[in-house]
Design a protein around this ligand. Structure first.
Ligand code: GLN
Length: 249
């Protein structure tokens, strides 16, 4: 009996490994799940020594484990993530990425795994207390993000300063070079603790949801990712990962 169980376990393991193979799962490389990200976005992805850690990195690792794959993380510019996925160089794009209609024309998205919002950071005592006060001001954003897309459309290119990293926009704000930064709420909280004299406006700029980007039409991989996400939500793993990085308010 014991032997039989061992055999079954072994067969299950082999099937699991095969599940990450090129033909079986739709990942680009057998046994490897390549995640493209931009590790400048705490608490979702950031550098800790030589490692890339954070909520997305841990969720991706848990998904890869369920698929019997090894997770490989590629750290690239945020606006290079979708091209990396569409070209098939990366299997998934995971970077606190907001689901938008425009992005859905280029990639498929998994089910959403987080609710987020774009917020406005300003200097304490700046006189900017509401969204209406942003009119005519210079707003810093991270290039290619929804903050960039929405604010450029609403306030016009002349009023937008684009930075490669969100943290650089926040530093420019704290040096008085710009009047406000529009960025995702959780990184905003981290960045204002690292730069004194900044506050987040109570009024949110936009509500959004994060999901994982996958090459259009790769339904095999999409189904695997969604199934893994569903299991991680159901068994409390996802909540535990979030709680590790974000303290409850
Ligand atoms: N949520 C924003 C977007 O998808 C920003 C993501 C990021 O900077 N990593 O555009």
């Amino acid at each position: 009996m014991k032997k039989l169980i061992t055999l079954i376990t072994c067969a299950a393991m082999i099937m699991c490994l095969a599940g990450c193979g090129k033909t079986a799962s739709g990942t680009a490389q057998a046994g490897v799940l390549v995640m493209a990200t931009n590790a400048e976005f705490p608490p979702y992805e950031y550098h800790e020594g030589s490692a890339i850690v954070g909520i997305d990195a841990e969720i991706a690792a848990a998904i890869a484990e369920k698929m019997g794959c090894e997770l490989q993380i590629e750290d690239i510019a945020f606006d290079a993530i979708i091209p990396e996925v569409t070209s098939g160089k990366a299997d998934i794009g995971m970077a606190g990425m907001t689901v938008t209609e425009e992005r859905m024309e280029n990639v498929d998205f998994s089910t959403t795994y987080a609710i987020a919002r774009q917020v406005v950071i300003v200097a304490e005592g700046s006189g900017i207390t509401s969204l209406a006060d942003l009119e005519g001001k210079t707003i810093g954003v991270q290039q290619g993000t929804t903050g960039d897309i929405y604010a450029s459309e609403e306030f016009g290119d002349d009023h937008i300063e684009r930075y490669a990293k969100g943290m650089e926009a926040v530093q420019a704000l704290s040096q008085g070079k710009i009047d406000a930064v529009i960025i995702d709420n959780e990184p905003a909280k981290v960045f204002i603790t690292e730069n004194e004299g900044l506050i987040i406006l109570d009024e949110a700029y936009a509500d959004e949801e994060y999901a994982i980007a996958i090459k259009k039409g790769n339904t095999v991989l999409l189904d695997q990712i969604n199934k893994a996400l569903e299991e991680l939500k159901a068994d409390g793993t996802l909540d535990a990962i979030v709680a590790k990085y974000i303290s409850a308010e």
